[in-house]
Design a binder for this molecule. Structure first.
Ligand code: HEM
Length: 127
């Protein structure tokens, strides 16, 4: 059984991506990085990426090709503040999934550990 299945599959990742982007929508530092337009396409990309990473359907790859996250994030200045903000919104998103009883503590810890490390790996400036 994959983590994707263990946490309830697509509806859980949809909730996480939706809650995360609600946070982005009110973040004065991160929001401008998203171009100021409709956040729905970005919400879908994050959802599909996370689904695929955790063993779910490979829709992300079909839509976007290889993730190459480090390369795709080079267009943005990701310093410590940006990382912390990103993780704060992701924390709220995971909390929502835990509160909805979709994600059990064991999986919550596994998801969070990955997200923290991934966010660190995408930092590309000290400025
Ligand atoms: C560390 C702070 C981070 C910042 C400031 C940041 C910012 C951004 C921005 C501005 C975009 C463009 C939105 C779009 O058009 O999709 C983006 C895309 C994306 N980010 Fe991040 N990101 C961060 C961390 C992460 C992490 C940790 C992950 C994965 C665990 C991630 C996964 C993605 C994915 C999958 C996309 C869409 C890539 C594509 O297919 O084009 N990001 N990010």
């Amino acid at each position: 059984m994959t983590l994707y299945d263990a946490v309830g599959g697509r509806p859980t990742f949809a909730l996480i991506a939706k809650t995360f982007y609600e946070g982005i929508a009110s973040d004065e530092v991160l929001l401008p990085m998203y171009g100021g337009g409709d956040l729905a396409p970005a919400t879908e990309r994050l959802q599909l990426f996370l689904e695929q990473y955790w063993g779910g359907p490979r829709d992300y790859e079909e839509l976007r090709g290889h993730p190459r996250l480090r390369m795709r994030h080079m267009a943005y200045s990701i310093n410590r503040d940006a990382r912390e903000r990103w993780l704060r919104h992701m924390r709220a998103a995971l909390d929502a999934a835990v509160e909805a009883k979709l994600v059990a503590p064991l999986y919550e810890a596994e998801l969070w550990d990955y997200l923290e490390r991934a966010a660190t790996s995408l930092m590309n400036t000290n400025g």
